[in-house]
Design a protein around this ligand. Structure first.
Ligand SMILES: Cc1ncc(COP(=O)(O)O)c(C=O)c1O
Length: 403
């Protein structure tokens, strides 16, 4: 990738007329792709078999491999995590109100609202970016039937505290673990907590099956219900025993999953290397803090989430993103502006923001930087040079942006 190596002066910045640092866009979540030969060989196999969907051999093998990896009894592979969430929510019998963070991808809330269950948005702990258990307790009403925690950035929720609340108040607890494949909590793999956990294997996740997801659970009965719901409610060839939908994973997705599983350790190694480099460089910059991953646990290091303090940097997060975008570094704002400020929730709950001060603050400050196998040491060095130069010249940039 052609690039200008140094970005040391304000005039070097592309936003102010310099040449972009990168000739091609650097994306957040550029797909990791494992061994192409192994993938093509599996595709040949599935074409030869003419078994393309409906619980084929690759899906069955994929489910077993994931269950073994996570040490969980059941893995039910799905077409994506959104449908997996919808099915898990229905299989658990959630209704009325369910407590969720607003600081999450919109799919967590939509999976509830889609089936006319009210998502009740709860604030997060600014230290962890995950549901604040004390605030969860305060949101429980007689209509509450469950809690969905989201392991944001793959960092586990306050699982013990949430479990204790759920048990004491007679609520179901499940987790949106879309970010947390390959992560552990107290030495146990994510996938084992709550009544069920849901993973995403979307193309932008560090481990992907093109599109895909899975529900994992240690509950035999729940697993059978989820399997039936995934396949229109079929219990046998001709017998439909419940309401269901089509959540099946295709064989080609499972072929990609089996192939990428072979490279899982390598994907994580690259993410960890990138994280350590970002950590070294970013922690030297005033007003920027990269999230901390607990390296004593298993982590996937998937999200290079940086909190921007506008007072200390002299620049708002959105201005920094503009500076980076001009250089072809497509940093993203997650989860701006928070689910509660997106439709239909903005219209349904116009006052929700009043109880979400930490969510509002974080949504205005978090910036995600590129990582994954498409990004290496020289790219990260230049991204950090751009940030350093921008912050050192904050006054000049502000004047330029305002003018
Ligand atoms: C927290 C969270 N939940 C759910 C989803 C939905 O996943 P999918 O795209 O597989 O439906 C995502 C996807 O990015 C996510 O980040």
């Amino acid at each position: 990738m052609a690039m200008v190596v140094m970005k040391s002066d304000i005039d070097d910045l592309a936003l102010l007329g310099g040449d972009p640092a990168f000739s091609e866009p650097l994306h957040v979540g550029r797909p990791n792709i494992g061994d192409r030969t192994a993938l093509l060989s599996r595709i040949n196999d599935l074409l030869d078999r003419r078994w393309l969907s409906n619980d084929g051999p690759f899906v069955q093998e994929f489910e077993q491999r994931i269950a073994d990896l996570l040490g969980v009894k059941h893995c039910i592979a799905m077409c994506n995590a959104t449908v997996a969430l919808e099915i898990a929510i229905r299989a658990l019998g959630l209704h009325g109100e369910v407590i969720v963070p607003s600081f999450t991808f919109i799919a967590t809330a939509h999976a509830l609202q889609w089936q006319e269950i009210t998502p009740v948005f709860c604030d997060v702990d600014p230290a962890t970016h995950n549901l604040d258990p004390a605030k969860v307790e305060a949101m429980i009403t007689p209509r509450t039937t469950g809690i969905i925690g989201v392991h944001v950035w793959g960092r586990p929720c306050a699982i013990e505290a949430l479990s204790e609340i759920a048990q004491r108040r007679g609520l179901k607890l499940m987790f949106d673990a879309a970010h947390a494949f390959g992560c552990s909590h107290c030495g146990q793999m994510i996938g084992n907590f709550g009544e069920a956990e849901v993973f995403s294997f979307h193309a932008t996740k560090f481990f992907n099956t093109f599109e895909g997801g899975a529900v994992t659970t240690n509950d035999d009965e729940l697993a059978s219900r989820i399997r039936r719901m995934r396949n229109f409610g079929f219990a046998g060839y001709d017998e439909v025993v419940c309401l269901g939908t089509n959540g099946k994973m295709s064989e080609i997705s499972a072929a990609m999953g089996l192939t990428n599983l072979q490279s899982l350790d390598e994907f994580i190694r690259v993410n960890q290397r990138n994280y350590r480099q970002y950590q070294q460089e970013i922690n030297r910059l005033p007003g920027l803090s990269l999230i901390h991953y607990d390296e004593s646990e298993k982590c996937n290091y998937q999200y290079m989430a940086v909190e921007v303090d506008p007072q200390m940097t002299g620049l708002h997060r959105d201005v920094l993103i503009k500076v980076l975008k001009a250089e072809n570094v497509l940093a993203r704002r997650y989860f701006w502006p928070g689910c509660h400020r997106m439709e239909p929730y903005r219209s349904l709950f116009p006052d929700a923001y009043l109880s979400l001060p930490q969510t509002e603050k974080l949504a205005g400050r978090i910036m995600i930087l590129p990582t994954g196998t498409a990004v290496g040491e020289p790219e990260i060095e230049i991204i950090c040079d751009i940030l350093r130069t921008a912050i050192a010249n904050a006054d000049g940039i502000r004047k330029w942006v305002i003018a």
